[in-house]
Design a protein around this ligand. Sequence first.
Ligand code: NAP
Length: 239
Amino acid sequence: MSQNVMITGTGRAVGLGYNLVLRYLEAGDNVVATVRQRSEELESLQEQYKDKLTILTMDIGSTESVEMAASTLMKKMDHLDLLINNAVTASRDCDKGFFDADLDLITHTLDIIAVGTMRVVKAFYPLLVKAEGTALIMNISSEAGSIEKCYRTNMIDYGMGKAALNMATMNLYNTFKDERKVNIFAIHPGWIRTDGKADNPAPLSSYEAAGILKDLFAERREDFTGHRFITNEGVDYPF
Ligand SMILES: NC(=O)c1ccc[n+]([C@@H]2O[C@H](COP(=O)([O-])OP(=O)(O)OC[C@H]3O[C@@H](n4cnc5c(N)ncnc54)[C@H](OP(=O)(O)O)[C@@H]3O)[C@@H](O)[C@H]2O)c1
């Protein structure tokens, strides 16, 4: 049976979000793809998949924008089975170390990666609880968000954002787990050529990574007991 799937940050054809959209459309699901602004790549998918694809404009840095997108979707769709929080940002100083990075840039990255994801969960929760079975939220995190495994001295804003996203995931899991209507995980999606460059040494294209994740998400929907931070291979990863 087809499911209703929403994915954030989907405008770039070489990115993971867009390729998740493509994978679920290919499987016959109804897909809601969110973007901040018009994306020609996504609109050409719309020509192909017509009503199976809904494109929503939403800036996850703005509660007003997220709530408006949710109320627009509620007029069209009566539930969501799967929400994939994929949208991400990083500051221009992401590659710099502590002494060179402008620390004031961290706030925005944290706001988008962690708080932005929670804004989305809060606004779309009424649609998730209306799913027939268990609805699933998959927060696309990163190994860079693991405090225990941290080895870097750069990527401070991105790493802090993903660590905060992992904490948000655990807090929301505790909030939802007794009712068992909504399940939630944070996932490291693998090392992916999300810049679309052939010389990128990452082993997975975004399309390959999206296929692996799609299968894993289906397996984990009803898992309320396992570890909350996992890799794309389904292996527990330390917070
Ligand atoms: N590449 C890897 O090896 C790797 C490893 C670990 C984790 N990840 C994670 O995998 C995910 C996908 O990465 P990707 O590079 O392929 O990204 P992507 O799927 O292209 O998605 C990123 C999108 O997020 C959107 N975004 C930024 N700020 C936003 C905001 N305020 N509101 C709404 N959307 C916003 C951007 O949209 P605009 O077009 O509007 O700017 C951008 O297109 C990310 O969560 C990333 O952290 C990747």
